[in-house]
Design a protein around this ligand. Sequence first.
Ligand code: BG6
Length: 442
Amino acid sequence: MARNFPPDFLWGAAASAYQTEGATETDGRGPSVWDTYAKVPGNIVNGDTADISCDHYHRYPEDVALMRGLGVKAFRLSTAWPRIFPEGKGQVNQLGVDFYDRLIDLMLHEGIEPWICLHHWDMPVPIEEAGGWRSRETAKIFGDYAAEVIRRFGDRVKRFAPINEPNVIPWVAYNLGRHAPGKQNYDACLQAIHNLNLAHGKTVSAVRAEAPDAEIGNIVSLGPVRPHYDDAAHEEARVFGDCMWRRVMVDPLWLGTYPDPIAEKIEPLIKPGDMEEISQKLDFFGLNHYNPVFVAPNPNATLGYSEVMPPSGMGPLTDVNWLVDPDAFLEQIRDTSNRYGKPVIYITENGASYPDMLRSDRTVIDNDRIRYFDRYLGALLDAIDEGHDVRGYFAWSLMDNFEWGRGYSKRFGLVYVDYPTLQRIPKASYHWLKGVIEDNAL
Ligand code: BG6
């Protein structure tokens, strides 16, 4: 039996600047930390770089046509900080601004609402060299960058988010060192937490000042944190992991406080007025969800525990070994909704990587991905039935792209990108989701 989505449910898809644009040295763009990190041998699978990527910078008209063909009413993009400010601050690069003007105008012309995330991890190199997220000054500079973008595009763009998944940055970039800038340092991790939250707050202030009719929300990747094994040490790792993954970048925004057991460690970094700026009212909660996270104690890790594979025997897993578990998605929506006072929630990313094969007839039949979307959208409908205020869903991702440390070895797209010709080939999941969107029903 068909299950309907609410009549005004917002269907969307998402992507980010660094993962798709390419053209890293075009039209005055400055270098980002990912450009330099990707050039270090061993950092990215197969030595891939995002120098060309999907070449969305030049092929955006074709990509907007793909959005339109899919039937989405919204698309989540990010602006590249080093394209707007090649030095991270100071002189605006007009050619970079022009690119987003063209993209936004075309999307609006095609009836697609642009949602802008101001930072999807591509920090300008000069800002990193001056301390990056370890430095409090970066939050202020970020606020200036945000204000500039909002001034330029706020006449047409009505939904903004400051930083994509700020919880990934302290954890993966400053603790595990698996993302740029590749640090493994506990103090840096703590500083990044507070400075990222501060940057969030400054962006909220910028939106309220520069585009009072626009909405702003946070975008964070959350999933239940589970112990890999059932004993006291794993339970301790779970409690701390839960705090570091799910709470430190969310509680301050929505509750105005840092959670135990990290609060006393962050305390010395907080200045008068910080928490008020960080906890300004938001218009929506952008929830990215992929999987439950499993943790185990690890005395050699900066934080004393590590993220590990799901216990053996659990499955199915996606191509990046993430457990397919729609119940965990439902559990996460409940947690977010109940803990933060029933906010308006948009699922700003959800999707799966599978080893797609381009067949000789130039089609890609990704039935596993269809099953994944079907099950996760079912869980989303369950959440709506329970009364949680979920208003939209952005699939990750419109097309295959540069998957950070995994390079091009893993694919999350609804559209297959045939590297290096870069031909775009809608997969079976694209056609399937188009049908769901058309019917507004599963
Ligand atoms: C999300 C990010 O965490 O996960 C995306 O916002 C990313 O940018 C996606 O592409 C998949 O993660 P990964 O690590 O496989 O690239």
